[in-house]
Design a protein around this ligand. Structure first.
Ligand code: SAM
Length: 273
């Protein structure tokens, strides 16, 4: 991973991140992330930084709840999309959308009450870059401020490969095997469904890196959990009774140490003390 920002900009230039959370599985990720974030957020109006905020889905939601939200992303296309989404929320716009890098945030010390780091960690393949991003998050948070940091699980390619049928492609099988070895996800195929160069992390390593940056770890939580195991997920997710049942099961298992790595996305919650 030589220049992570160039890789990221090239990849998202061709990928439709704006609509990623619209699929059934994307909706589960979004609803679950909202539920977890809402549990720990201080009341509005406080200041929230959405670092790697992409097209502004979480920023718009939080601005709509009355928070002062500042979005940072290195991809110009994402900033334009976030601004467009924001203006549609008259009276509850995102406070600012700026080009930036999680490793060098354009905010003063102790500026924010909460910080979403939902993307940058899995795009930063080197440990010193991830620690740099986490230390920046620590610097700009107030004492008592809360961090929400998301990773992709070390086992995500194995799960997705088996579930989606990508395992039938020998090139994806190689990607799966490489990911299982060291989490360094490399996609030389050009197939955007196989994602871009990234780092798929072990949940225990996430906790250790967060603590190295100075945070007090509160919880590590599986976001989607094993929802992909549900038969006819699309239909069940759109049936209120089954959707509620699924969300309850995911929540009950969300901190179970033997299952957290089986969740494609994992969120750590931590405080600056
Ligand atoms: C998969 S998207 C996730 C977007 C959104 N936060 C979410 O959870 O749905 C990852 C985002 O992280 C951004 N990103 C990657 N590396 C970054 C970095 N070093 N600093 C800031 N943002 C970064 C990307 O541009 C992209 O918008």
């Amino acid at each position: 991973m030589t220049d992570p920002i160039k890789k990221i900009t090239d990849y998202y230039g061709g990928f439709n991140e704006k609509d990623r959370l619209e699929s059934c599985f994307g909706q589960i990720e979004f609803v679950r992330s909202q539920q977890i974030i809402a549990r720990y957020l201080p009341g509005a109006p406080s200041v929230i930084l959405d670092v790697g905020g992409a097209a502004g889905r979480y920023s718009c939601w939080l601005a709509g709840l009355g928070y002062e939200v500042h979005l940072i992303d290195p991809v110009p296309k994402h900033l334009e999309q976030a601004k467009q989404a924001s203006v549609l929320q008259k009276g509850a716009e995102i406070a600012s959308c700026s080009l930036g890098d999680a490793r060098q945030l354009p905010f003063r010390d102790s500026f924010a009450d909460a910080l979403l780091l939902m993307g940058p960690l899995y795009h930063l393949g080197k440990v010193h870059d991830r620690i740099k991003a986490l230390k920046e998050a620590y610097r700009v948070l107030k004492k008592g401020g809360v961090l929400f940091a998301v990773i992709i699980s070390r086992y995500a390619s194995a799960i997705d490969g088996l579930h989606s049928g990508y395992y039938k492609d020998p090139e994806f099988r190689e990607i799966m095997q490489h990911d299982l070895k060291d989490g360094q996800h490399r996609n030389p195929t050009g197939n955007e469904l196989y994602f871009t160069d990234a780092y798929f992390q072990h949940p225990q390593e996430l906790r250790s890196e967060i603590e190295q940056a100075g945070f007090q770890h509160e919880a590590t939580i599986g976001i989607e959990g094993i929802s992909y195991m549900m038969r006819d997920l699309d239909v069940s997710w759109n049936t209120t009774e089954y959707r509620e049942f699924l969300l309850d099961i995911i929540q009950r298992l969300e901190c179970e140490p033997t299952l957290i790595g089986a969740s494609p996305h994992i969120m750590a919650v931590a405080y600056k003390n």
